[in-house]
Design a protein around this ligand. Structure first.
Ligand code: MF3
Ligand code: CO
Length: 256
């Protein structure tokens, strides 16, 4: 069953998701050559707790950190570590929080210093795929409209959609129904209705779609070693479309 949230519940979801967006914006502004993903993780946890929230990922099936930080060929679920990021890397920062009983979830992939034109293009295509997916969300629409929009955009640019991981409903748990694949056929899947809250998160590989999980049990990487990018927003279905609950401040968004 997919839960439709009341106006009061959506207010609470909006608050925790706004916090996630604000902290993610600060993390994005902190990313630079020499900074480590462990530094970003410590900052993220401090900011969430200062605001009265808790990390949502930490302890989830034993996950050890506040953020997932996935560098270059890492797709998602990279565990933060003390190695400094290098000029030319790309890093996906994914963060979830719980506050007042409700969850927020958002991710962004950012360049470290100056990156290749190919890396820039991958980031742009993946971010645009998320925007196109958000643009098709409306009451009466279907879950697979989302994946169809992502797949169409990504594949028309010669990139691949990751199949093994999906977006999800979110609310009083981090992962609720429905699962939201990033591929599929428009017009199929569960019907969307006002008040549903969805975390939409395309993962896009520059090369082939196949991924594998490393020996740490978490880090997913591309099998062919190609670069991978990941963007995620939490949205609520409204009367006419949807509202993005994890929008970042204008001034920081311009720095992306
Ligand atoms: N945004 C990802 C997801 O929704 C991150 C989950 S990390 C985990 O699946 F540690 F919580 F699994
Ligand atoms: Co998510």
């Amino acid at each position: 069953m997919i839960t439709c949230r009341s106006a009061a519940e959506i207010e609470r979801l909006a608050r925790v998701n706004r916090l996630v967006a604000q902290v993610l914006a600060e993390l994005m502004a902190t990313v630079a050559p020499g900074v480590s993903t462990a530094d970003l993780d410590a900052l993220a946890e401090r900011r969430l707790r200062e605001a009265g929230a808790e990390p949502a990922f930490k302890g989830y099936h034993g996950y050890p950190a506040t953020i997932c930080a996935s560098v270059n060929e890492q797709v998602i679920h990279g565990i933060p570590n003390p190695r400094p990021l290098k000029d030319g890397d790309i890093v996906s920062v994914d963060m979830g929080a719980r506050m007042d009983g409700f969850y927020g979830d958002s991710a962004v992939t950012v360049p470290v210093g100056r990156v290749s034109a190919e890396a820039e293009r991958l980031l742009t295509v993946t971010r645009t795929a998320l925007e196109k997916a958000i643009a098709v969300v409306k009451p009466g629409g279907r879950v697979h409209d989302i994946g169809a929009a992502v797949q169409q955009h990504v594949e028309s640019h010669g990139y691949s959609v990751v199949r093994e991981f999906v977006g999800h409903g979110i609310g009083t748990s981090l992962h609720e129904e429905p699962q939201i694949p990033n591929y599929g056929t428009a017009g199929r899947g569960a019907r969307l209705a006002e008040g549903m809250v969805l975390a939409i998160e395309p993962m896009v590989n520059a090369g082939k779609a196949a991924v594998k999980v490393l020996g740490d049990g978490w880090t997913a990487v591309t099998k062919d070693g190609s670069l991978s990018a990941h963007f995620e927003h939490t949205v609520v279905v409204t009367g006419s479309g949807c509202r993005v609950l994890t929008l970042r401040d204008q001034v920081v968004a311009e720095a992306v």
